[in-house]
Design a protein around this ligand. Sequence first.
Ligand code: NAD
Length: 451
Amino acid sequence: MRSTFQTGRTSEYAWRRSQLTALQRFLAERGNDLAEALRLDFGKSPAETFFTETAFVGGEVRHALRNLRKWMMPERVRLPLHYRFGRARVETWPLGVVLVIGAWNYPINTCLAPLVSALAAGNCVVLKPSEQAPHTSRLLVEGIAKYLDDSAVEVVEGGAEEARALLREPFDCIFYTGSRRVGREIMLAASEKLTPVILELGGKCPCIVEKNANLRAAARRIAWAKFLNAGQTCIAPDYLLVHRDVADELLPELKTAIGTLYGPDPERSADYARIVSHRHFDRLESLMHAGKTAVGGERERNARYIAPTILTNISPEDAVMKEEIFGPILPVLTYGTIDDALSIVSRNPDPLAVYLFTPDNVVIEKVKGSVRSGGFCINDLLFQSAIHGLPFGGTGQSGFGRYHGRAGFDAFSYRRSVFHHSIFPDPSLRYPPYGPAKFAFLRKIVEMFDT
Ligand code: NAD
Protein backbone atom coordinates (compact mmCIF):
# COMPACT_ATOMS: atom_id res chain seq x y z
CA MET A 1 0.00 0.00 0.00
CA ARG A 2 2.81 2.31 0.80
CA SER A 3 4.35 1.69 -2.61
CA THR A 4 0.97 2.35 -4.24
CA PHE A 5 0.76 5.62 -2.38
CA GLN A 6 4.27 6.57 -3.40
CA THR A 7 3.38 6.35 -7.09
CA GLY A 8 1.21 9.43 -6.48
CA ARG A 9 -1.66 7.76 -8.35
CA THR A 10 -4.12 8.03 -5.49
CA SER A 11 -3.64 11.79 -5.22
CA GLU A 12 -5.05 12.33 -8.68
CA TYR A 13 -8.57 13.58 -9.10
CA ALA A 14 -9.46 10.81 -11.57
CA TRP A 15 -8.43 8.04 -9.16
CA ARG A 16 -10.35 9.55 -6.24
CA ARG A 17 -13.43 9.90 -8.44
CA SER A 18 -13.19 6.36 -9.77
CA GLN A 19 -13.00 4.91 -6.26
CA LEU A 20 -15.96 6.92 -5.02
CA THR A 21 -18.00 5.84 -8.01
CA ALA A 22 -17.01 2.22 -7.42
CA LEU A 23 -18.14 2.51 -3.80
CA GLN A 24 -21.41 3.95 -5.01
CA ARG A 25 -21.85 0.92 -7.27
CA PHE A 26 -21.11 -1.44 -4.40
CA LEU A 27 -23.80 0.21 -2.27
CA ALA A 28 -26.35 0.13 -5.08
CA GLU A 29 -25.67 -3.44 -6.20
CA ARG A 30 -25.13 -5.01 -2.78
CA GLY A 31 -27.59 -2.89 -0.77
CA ASN A 32 -29.97 -5.81 -0.20
CA ASP A 33 -27.12 -8.09 0.90
CA LEU A 34 -25.94 -5.44 3.33
CA ALA A 35 -29.44 -5.13 4.76
CA GLU A 36 -29.60 -8.92 5.19
CA ALA A 37 -26.18 -8.94 6.88
CA LEU A 38 -27.34 -6.41 9.45
CA ARG A 39 -30.52 -8.35 10.04
CA LEU A 40 -28.42 -11.41 10.80
CA ASP A 41 -25.97 -9.46 12.96
CA PHE A 42 -28.49 -7.90 15.34
CA GLY A 43 -31.95 -8.00 13.85
CA LYS A 44 -31.85 -4.55 12.32
CA SER A 45 -34.71 -3.90 9.89
CA PRO A 46 -33.93 -3.30 6.21
CA ALA A 47 -35.68 0.07 6.36
CA GLU A 48 -33.51 1.23 9.28
CA THR A 49 -30.41 -0.08 7.53
CA PHE A 50 -31.35 1.89 4.46
CA PHE A 51 -32.05 5.17 6.27
CA THR A 52 -29.23 5.12 8.81
CA GLU A 53 -26.53 3.26 6.91
CA THR A 54 -26.56 2.76 3.13
CA ALA A 55 -28.54 5.89 2.21
CA PHE A 56 -26.35 8.02 4.45
CA VAL A 57 -23.09 6.66 3.04
CA GLY A 58 -24.54 6.94 -0.50
CA GLY A 59 -25.29 10.59 0.24
CA GLU A 60 -21.75 11.12 1.52
CA VAL A 61 -20.41 9.71 -1.77
CA ARG A 62 -22.66 11.96 -3.87
CA HIS A 63 -21.76 14.97 -1.75
CA ALA A 64 -18.05 14.22 -2.15
CA LEU A 65 -18.36 13.67 -5.91
CA ARG A 66 -20.21 16.93 -6.30
CA ASN A 67 -17.68 18.95 -4.30
CA LEU A 68 -14.39 17.15 -4.85
CA ARG A 69 -12.94 19.55 -7.43
CA LYS A 70 -13.75 22.51 -5.20
CA TRP A 71 -12.27 20.82 -2.09
CA MET A 72 -9.07 19.98 -3.96
CA MET A 73 -8.63 23.51 -5.27
CA PRO A 74 -5.57 25.26 -3.81
CA GLU A 75 -6.22 28.44 -1.85
CA ARG A 76 -4.38 31.48 -3.12
CA VAL A 77 -2.75 33.62 -0.47
CA ARG A 78 -2.38 37.37 -0.90
CA LEU A 79 1.22 38.51 -0.67
CA PRO A 80 2.68 41.68 0.84
CA LEU A 81 4.45 44.07 -1.52
CA HIS A 82 8.00 42.88 -0.90
CA TYR A 83 7.06 39.29 -1.96
CA ARG A 84 5.35 40.48 -5.12
CA PHE A 85 7.56 38.43 -7.43
CA GLY A 86 6.30 35.19 -5.95
CA ARG A 87 3.10 33.15 -5.69
CA ALA A 88 1.79 31.59 -2.48
CA ARG A 89 -0.91 29.02 -2.00
CA VAL A 90 -2.16 26.38 0.37
CA GLU A 91 -2.57 22.97 -1.22
CA THR A 92 -4.35 19.96 0.27
CA TRP A 93 -2.58 16.62 0.00
CA PRO A 94 -3.50 13.13 1.21
CA LEU A 95 -2.03 11.99 4.51
CA GLY A 96 -0.82 8.66 3.06
CA VAL A 97 -1.80 5.21 4.25
CA VAL A 98 -4.51 5.42 6.88
CA LEU A 99 -6.15 2.94 9.22
CA VAL A 100 -9.90 3.05 9.85
CA ILE A 101 -11.27 0.95 12.72
CA GLY A 102 -15.07 0.71 12.72
CA ALA A 103 -17.65 -0.16 15.38
CA TRP A 104 -20.43 -2.75 15.25
CA ASN A 105 -23.44 -0.60 16.04
CA TYR A 106 -23.49 1.15 12.65
CA PRO A 107 -21.12 -1.25 10.93
CA ILE A 108 -21.57 0.22 7.44
CA ASN A 109 -21.61 3.82 8.49
CA THR A 110 -18.62 3.73 10.85
CA CYS A 111 -16.53 1.91 8.22
CA LEU A 112 -17.65 3.37 4.93
CA ALA A 113 -18.30 7.02 5.86
CA PRO A 114 -14.64 7.48 6.95
CA LEU A 115 -13.66 5.48 3.85
CA VAL A 116 -15.48 8.00 1.64
CA SER A 117 -13.59 10.84 3.34
CA ALA A 118 -10.25 9.05 3.11
CA LEU A 119 -10.70 8.18 -0.58
CA ALA A 120 -11.92 11.66 -1.46
CA ALA A 121 -8.73 12.96 0.15
CA GLY A 122 -6.62 10.54 -1.97
CA ASN A 123 -5.39 8.10 0.68
CA CYS A 124 -4.69 4.39 0.71
CA VAL A 125 -6.88 2.77 3.36
CA VAL A 126 -6.74 -0.25 5.60
CA LEU A 127 -10.20 -0.83 7.04
CA LYS A 128 -10.94 -2.97 10.06
CA PRO A 129 -14.64 -3.54 10.71
CA SER A 130 -15.88 -4.76 14.06
CA GLU A 131 -15.84 -8.49 14.72
CA GLN A 132 -19.15 -8.05 16.57
CA ALA A 133 -21.04 -7.59 13.30
CA PRO A 134 -19.50 -10.57 11.47
CA HIS A 135 -21.93 -10.82 8.53
CA THR A 136 -21.45 -7.20 7.63
CA SER A 137 -17.71 -7.47 8.10
CA ARG A 138 -17.56 -10.44 5.67
CA LEU A 139 -19.54 -8.57 3.07
CA LEU A 140 -17.25 -5.56 3.35
CA VAL A 141 -14.21 -7.77 2.75
CA GLU A 142 -15.74 -9.28 -0.38
CA GLY A 143 -17.28 -6.09 -1.72
CA ILE A 144 -14.29 -3.82 -1.24
CA ALA A 145 -11.95 -6.38 -2.84
CA LYS A 146 -14.27 -6.71 -5.81
CA TYR A 147 -15.25 -3.11 -6.41
CA LEU A 148 -12.31 -0.95 -5.27
CA ASP A 149 -8.63 -0.70 -6.22
CA ASP A 150 -7.17 -3.55 -4.16
CA SER A 151 -3.68 -2.12 -4.29
CA ALA A 152 -4.96 0.90 -2.35
CA VAL A 153 -7.85 -0.30 -0.18
CA GLU A 154 -7.95 -3.43 1.93
CA VAL A 155 -10.27 -4.77 4.59
CA VAL A 156 -8.73 -6.72 7.47
CA GLU A 157 -11.13 -8.75 9.59
CA GLY A 158 -10.66 -9.54 13.25
CA GLY A 159 -11.03 -8.34 16.81
CA ALA A 160 -8.81 -6.73 19.43
CA GLU A 161 -5.82 -8.94 18.68
CA GLU A 162 -5.83 -8.16 14.96
CA ALA A 163 -6.42 -4.49 15.71
CA ARG A 164 -3.41 -4.46 18.02
CA ALA A 165 -1.29 -6.08 15.30
CA LEU A 166 -2.39 -3.40 12.86
CA LEU A 167 -1.54 -0.71 15.38
CA ARG A 168 2.07 -1.88 15.36
CA GLU A 169 2.29 -0.95 11.66
CA PRO A 170 3.26 2.56 10.63
CA PHE A 171 0.16 4.50 9.52
CA ASP A 172 -0.17 8.16 8.66
CA CYS A 173 -3.46 8.51 10.52
CA ILE A 174 -5.65 6.28 12.67
CA PHE A 175 -9.38 6.90 12.60
CA TYR A 176 -11.12 5.04 15.39
CA THR A 177 -14.80 4.68 16.28
CA GLY A 178 -15.72 2.89 19.48
CA SER A 179 -15.48 3.05 23.24
CA ARG A 180 -13.37 5.36 25.38
CA ARG A 181 -11.54 2.45 26.91
CA VAL A 182 -10.22 1.24 23.57
CA GLY A 183 -9.77 4.85 22.43
CA ARG A 184 -7.13 5.22 25.16
CA GLU A 185 -5.33 2.11 23.90
CA ILE A 186 -5.38 3.45 20.35
CA MET A 187 -3.91 6.76 21.44
CA LEU A 188 -1.22 5.07 23.44
CA ALA A 189 -0.22 2.87 20.51
CA ALA A 190 -0.28 5.85 18.16
CA SER A 191 1.99 7.89 20.44
CA GLU A 192 4.76 5.37 19.85
CA LYS A 193 5.09 6.52 16.24
CA LEU A 194 3.60 10.00 16.72
CA THR A 195 0.73 8.99 14.45
CA PRO A 196 -2.16 11.46 14.38
CA VAL A 197 -5.45 10.03 15.62
CA ILE A 198 -9.10 10.86 15.22
CA LEU A 199 -11.28 9.37 17.91
CA GLU A 200 -15.05 9.06 17.54
CA LEU A 201 -16.13 7.93 21.00
CA GLY A 202 -19.30 7.87 23.06
CA GLY A 203 -20.81 9.55 26.09
CA LYS A 204 -24.09 10.31 27.80
CA CYS A 205 -26.15 12.57 25.54
CA PRO A 206 -28.79 14.43 27.56
CA CYS A 207 -32.19 15.40 26.22
CA ILE A 208 -33.86 18.29 28.02
CA VAL A 209 -37.60 18.92 27.70
CA GLU A 210 -38.71 22.36 28.88
CA LYS A 211 -42.20 22.95 30.20
CA ASN A 212 -43.38 25.00 27.21
CA ALA A 213 -42.22 22.38 24.65
CA ASN A 214 -44.65 20.65 22.31
CA LEU A 215 -44.87 17.43 24.31
CA ARG A 216 -46.55 15.21 21.76
CA ALA A 217 -44.00 15.98 19.04
CA ALA A 218 -41.14 15.75 21.57
CA ALA A 219 -42.31 12.32 22.79
CA ARG A 220 -42.60 10.88 19.29
CA ARG A 221 -39.18 12.15 18.24
CA ILE A 222 -37.51 11.06 21.48
CA ALA A 223 -39.01 7.56 21.30
CA TRP A 224 -37.89 7.20 17.68
CA ALA A 225 -34.33 8.42 18.35
CA LYS A 226 -33.89 6.40 21.54
CA PHE A 227 -35.21 3.06 20.33
CA LEU A 228 -33.80 3.15 16.81
CA ASN A 229 -31.15 0.40 16.57
CA ALA A 230 -32.49 -0.73 19.99
CA GLY A 231 -30.78 2.23 21.61
CA GLN A 232 -27.35 1.20 20.38
CA THR A 233 -26.59 4.59 18.86
CA CYS A 234 -23.68 6.75 20.00
CA ILE A 235 -25.78 9.92 19.68
CA ALA A 236 -29.03 8.47 21.05
CA PRO A 237 -30.59 10.49 23.87
CA ASP A 238 -29.06 8.66 26.82
CA TYR A 239 -31.37 10.11 29.50
CA LEU A 240 -34.24 12.58 29.73
CA LEU A 241 -34.39 15.69 31.87
CA VAL A 242 -37.99 16.85 32.01
CA HIS A 243 -39.34 19.95 33.70
CA ARG A 244 -41.27 18.67 36.72
CA ASP A 245 -44.47 20.51 35.72
CA VAL A 246 -44.80 18.47 32.53
CA ALA A 247 -43.28 15.10 33.47
CA ASP A 248 -46.69 13.56 34.18
CA GLU A 249 -47.92 14.69 30.79
CA LEU A 250 -44.86 13.59 28.84
CA LEU A 251 -44.76 10.02 30.14
CA PRO A 252 -48.10 8.88 28.67
CA GLU A 253 -47.12 10.55 25.40
CA LEU A 254 -43.89 8.54 25.37
CA LYS A 255 -45.78 5.36 26.10
CA THR A 256 -48.23 6.06 23.27
CA ALA A 257 -45.37 6.88 20.90
CA ILE A 258 -43.60 3.58 21.66
CA GLY A 259 -46.86 1.67 21.06
CA THR A 260 -47.37 3.44 17.74
CA LEU A 261 -43.80 2.77 16.58
CA TYR A 262 -43.47 -0.87 17.64
CA GLY A 263 -46.99 -2.13 18.43
CA PRO A 264 -48.24 -3.72 21.69
CA ASP A 265 -45.43 -6.32 21.60
CA PRO A 266 -42.17 -4.79 20.29
CA GLU A 267 -40.57 -8.25 20.28
CA ARG A 268 -42.76 -9.04 17.27
CA SER A 269 -42.08 -5.79 15.45
CA ALA A 270 -40.00 -6.19 12.29
CA ASP A 271 -38.57 -2.73 12.96
CA TYR A 272 -37.12 -3.36 16.39
CA ALA A 273 -33.50 -4.56 16.64
CA ARG A 274 -31.82 -6.91 19.12
CA ILE A 275 -28.93 -6.36 21.52
CA VAL A 276 -25.70 -7.23 19.76
CA SER A 277 -24.30 -9.75 22.27
CA HIS A 278 -25.04 -11.51 25.55
CA ARG A 279 -22.29 -9.50 27.19
CA HIS A 280 -24.11 -6.26 26.32
CA PHE A 281 -27.46 -7.84 27.28
CA ASP A 282 -26.13 -8.67 30.77
CA ARG A 283 -24.60 -5.20 31.15
CA LEU A 284 -27.91 -3.59 30.20
CA GLU A 285 -29.95 -5.85 32.43
CA SER A 286 -27.87 -4.80 35.42
CA LEU A 287 -28.81 -1.16 34.68
CA MET A 288 -32.56 -1.90 34.66
CA HIS A 289 -32.98 -2.24 38.40
CA ALA A 290 -32.87 1.47 39.18
CA GLY A 291 -36.02 3.49 40.01
CA LYS A 292 -39.41 2.38 38.76
CA THR A 293 -40.11 0.73 35.40
CA ALA A 294 -42.77 2.98 33.89
CA VAL A 295 -42.80 1.40 30.42
CA GLY A 296 -41.40 -1.90 29.10
CA GLY A 297 -38.91 -3.85 31.17
CA GLU A 298 -39.60 -7.19 29.42
CA ARG A 299 -36.52 -9.05 28.28
CA GLU A 300 -35.48 -12.38 26.85
CA ARG A 301 -31.84 -13.31 27.15
CA ASN A 302 -31.82 -16.07 24.53
CA ALA A 303 -33.24 -13.77 21.90
CA ARG A 304 -31.10 -10.86 23.17
CA TYR A 305 -34.32 -8.85 23.35
CA ILE A 306 -34.95 -5.92 25.65
CA ALA A 307 -38.24 -4.04 25.26
CA PRO A 308 -38.20 -0.25 24.93
CA THR A 309 -37.96 0.67 28.59
CA ILE A 310 -38.53 3.86 30.52
CA LEU A 311 -37.34 4.21 34.10
CA THR A 312 -38.67 6.92 36.43
CA ASN A 313 -37.76 7.94 40.01
CA ILE A 314 -34.13 8.01 38.97
CA SER A 315 -31.45 9.85 40.89
CA PRO A 316 -28.18 11.12 39.37
CA GLU A 317 -26.45 8.72 41.78
CA ASP A 318 -27.92 5.59 40.16
CA ALA A 319 -25.58 3.36 38.14
CA VAL A 320 -27.67 3.98 35.04
CA MET A 321 -26.63 7.65 35.24
CA LYS A 322 -22.93 6.92 35.59
CA GLU A 323 -22.11 5.22 32.29
CA GLU A 324 -23.25 5.42 28.68
CA ILE A 325 -26.34 3.16 28.45
CA PHE A 326 -26.07 2.20 24.78
CA GLY A 327 -29.30 0.20 24.80
CA PRO A 328 -33.11 0.65 24.90
CA ILE A 329 -33.35 1.99 28.46
CA LEU A 330 -34.40 5.58 29.00
CA PRO A 331 -34.06 6.97 32.52
CA VAL A 332 -36.20 10.03 33.20
CA LEU A 333 -35.21 12.67 35.75
CA THR A 334 -37.15 15.80 36.58
CA TYR A 335 -35.86 19.29 37.31
CA GLY A 336 -37.16 22.63 38.59
CA THR A 337 -35.01 25.24 36.88
CA ILE A 338 -32.83 25.00 33.80
CA ASP A 339 -29.80 25.52 36.08
CA ASP A 340 -30.76 22.36 37.99
CA ALA A 341 -30.91 20.47 34.70
CA LEU A 342 -27.53 21.82 33.64
CA SER A 343 -25.94 20.83 36.93
CA ILE A 344 -27.05 17.22 36.33
CA VAL A 345 -25.62 17.33 32.80
CA SER A 346 -22.30 18.64 34.13
CA ARG A 347 -21.83 15.54 36.32
CA ASN A 348 -20.75 13.59 33.24
CA PRO A 349 -17.98 14.38 30.73
CA ASP A 350 -18.76 16.24 27.49
CA PRO A 351 -21.31 14.29 25.42
CA LEU A 352 -21.41 13.81 21.64
CA ALA A 353 -24.72 15.64 21.45
CA VAL A 354 -27.14 17.71 23.51
CA TYR A 355 -30.85 17.75 22.71
CA LEU A 356 -33.26 20.42 23.81
CA PHE A 357 -36.99 20.80 23.29
CA THR A 358 -38.14 24.38 23.77
CA PRO A 359 -39.50 27.28 21.75
CA ASP A 360 -37.48 29.73 23.91
CA ASN A 361 -34.37 31.22 22.28
CA VAL A 362 -33.02 32.53 25.59
CA VAL A 363 -32.99 28.99 27.00
CA ILE A 364 -31.41 27.65 23.81
CA GLU A 365 -28.53 30.13 24.06
CA LYS A 366 -28.13 29.49 27.78
CA VAL A 367 -27.84 25.72 27.34
CA LYS A 368 -25.52 26.13 24.35
CA GLY A 369 -23.27 28.39 26.38
CA SER A 370 -23.24 26.19 29.48
CA VAL A 371 -22.43 22.72 28.16
CA ARG A 372 -19.91 21.60 25.58
CA SER A 373 -20.83 18.89 23.09
CA GLY A 374 -19.92 17.69 19.62
CA GLY A 375 -23.39 18.53 18.28
CA PHE A 376 -26.49 20.36 19.43
CA CYS A 377 -29.98 19.73 18.13
CA ILE A 378 -33.07 21.73 19.02
CA ASN A 379 -36.61 20.30 18.81
CA ASP A 380 -35.36 17.12 17.13
CA LEU A 381 -32.69 14.45 17.53
CA LEU A 382 -29.97 12.69 15.51
CA PHE A 383 -30.32 14.84 12.38
CA GLN A 384 -27.28 16.96 13.26
CA SER A 385 -25.28 13.90 12.17
CA ALA A 386 -27.21 13.23 8.95
CA ILE A 387 -26.48 16.51 7.18
CA HIS A 388 -23.38 16.17 5.03
CA GLY A 389 -22.40 19.81 5.44
CA LEU A 390 -22.31 19.57 9.26
CA PRO A 391 -19.01 18.26 10.71
CA PHE A 392 -19.52 15.26 12.99
CA GLY A 393 -17.44 14.42 16.07
CA GLY A 394 -17.10 14.85 19.83
CA THR A 395 -15.48 17.20 22.32
CA GLY A 396 -13.34 16.25 25.30
CA GLN A 397 -14.07 12.69 26.39
CA SER A 398 -16.50 12.06 23.51
CA GLY A 399 -13.62 12.26 21.07
CA PHE A 400 -11.84 14.65 18.77
CA GLY A 401 -11.56 15.27 15.06
CA ARG A 402 -14.44 15.79 12.66
CA TYR A 403 -15.71 14.06 9.56
CA HIS A 404 -18.66 13.92 7.10
CA GLY A 405 -18.55 16.07 3.99
CA ARG A 406 -15.82 18.69 3.75
CA ALA A 407 -14.76 18.04 7.36
CA GLY A 408 -13.95 14.43 6.44
CA PHE A 409 -11.95 15.50 3.41
CA ASP A 410 -9.98 17.88 5.65
CA ALA A 411 -9.50 15.23 8.34
CA PHE A 412 -7.67 12.95 5.91
CA SER A 413 -5.70 15.71 4.16
CA TYR A 414 -2.87 17.92 5.25
CA ARG A 415 -2.45 21.52 4.22
CA ARG A 416 0.85 22.25 2.59
CA SER A 417 2.12 25.84 2.34
CA VAL A 418 3.73 26.43 -1.03
CA PHE A 419 5.71 29.53 -1.97
CA HIS A 420 6.98 29.80 -5.52
CA HIS A 421 9.45 32.63 -6.03
CA SER A 422 10.85 34.01 -9.23
CA ILE A 423 14.62 33.87 -9.65
CA PHE A 424 14.75 37.51 -10.79
CA PRO A 425 15.04 40.12 -9.47
CA ASP A 426 17.50 39.24 -6.74
CA PRO A 427 18.45 42.54 -5.08
CA SER A 428 21.57 42.42 -2.91
CA LEU A 429 19.58 44.47 -0.39
CA ARG A 430 18.29 41.32 1.30
CA TYR A 431 21.76 39.87 1.93
CA PRO A 432 24.48 40.89 4.38
CA PRO A 433 26.51 42.87 5.05
CA TYR A 434 23.85 45.08 6.65
CA GLY A 435 25.40 48.45 7.25
CA PRO A 436 23.43 50.92 9.42
CA ALA A 437 21.82 52.70 6.44
CA LYS A 438 20.83 49.44 4.68
CA PHE A 439 19.44 47.98 7.91
CA ALA A 440 17.39 51.13 8.62
CA PHE A 441 15.97 51.07 5.11
CA LEU A 442 15.11 47.36 5.20
CA ARG A 443 13.52 47.75 8.60
CA LYS A 444 11.27 50.49 7.30
CA ILE A 445 10.15 48.32 4.39
CA VAL A 446 9.43 45.34 6.60
CA GLU A 447 7.50 47.40 9.16
CA MET A 448 5.48 49.17 6.48
CA PHE A 449 4.52 46.24 4.27
CA ASP A 450 4.72 43.08 6.33
CA THR A 451 1.09 42.47 7.20
P1 NAD B 1 -16.66 -2.46 19.12
O1 NAD B 1 -16.65 -3.52 20.13
O2 NAD B 1 -17.20 -2.73 17.76
O3 NAD B 1 -15.18 -1.89 19.02
C1 NAD B 1 -14.84 -0.91 18.07
C2 NAD B 1 -13.64 -1.38 17.29
O4 NAD B 1 -12.52 -1.48 18.18
C3 NAD B 1 -13.81 -2.77 16.68
O5 NAD B 1 -13.33 -2.75 15.36
C4 NAD B 1 -12.96 -3.65 17.58
O6 NAD B 1 -12.45 -4.77 16.92
C5 NAD B 1 -11.86 -2.70 17.97
N1 NAD B 1 -11.17 -3.07 19.20
C6 NAD B 1 -11.69 -3.71 20.27
N2 NAD B 1 -10.74 -3.85 21.23
C7 NAD B 1 -9.63 -3.25 20.74
C8 NAD B 1 -8.32 -3.04 21.23
N3 NAD B 1 -7.98 -3.46 22.44
N4 NAD B 1 -7.43 -2.38 20.46
C9 NAD B 1 -7.77 -1.94 19.24
N5 NAD B 1 -9.00 -2.10 18.71
C10 NAD B 1 -9.91 -2.76 19.44
O7 NAD B 1 -17.47 -1.24 19.62
P2 NAD B 1 -17.59 -0.72 21.07
O8 NAD B 1 -16.25 -0.37 21.59
O9 NAD B 1 -18.53 -1.56 21.84
O10 NAD B 1 -18.35 0.63 20.63
C11 NAD B 1 -19.30 1.20 21.40
C12 NAD B 1 -18.89 2.60 21.69
O11 NAD B 1 -18.64 3.26 20.47
C13 NAD B 1 -19.96 3.39 22.37
O12 NAD B 1 -19.36 4.13 23.39
C14 NAD B 1 -20.47 4.31 21.29
O13 NAD B 1 -20.99 5.52 21.77
C15 NAD B 1 -19.24 4.53 20.48
N6 NAD B 1 -19.57 4.91 19.12
C16 NAD B 1 -19.23 6.13 18.72
C17 NAD B 1 -19.56 6.55 17.46
C18 NAD B 1 -19.19 7.92 17.00
O14 NAD B 1 -19.36 8.17 15.82
N7 NAD B 1 -18.70 8.78 17.85
C19 NAD B 1 -20.22 5.69 16.58
C20 NAD B 1 -20.52 4.41 17.02
C21 NAD B 1 -20.18 4.02 18.30
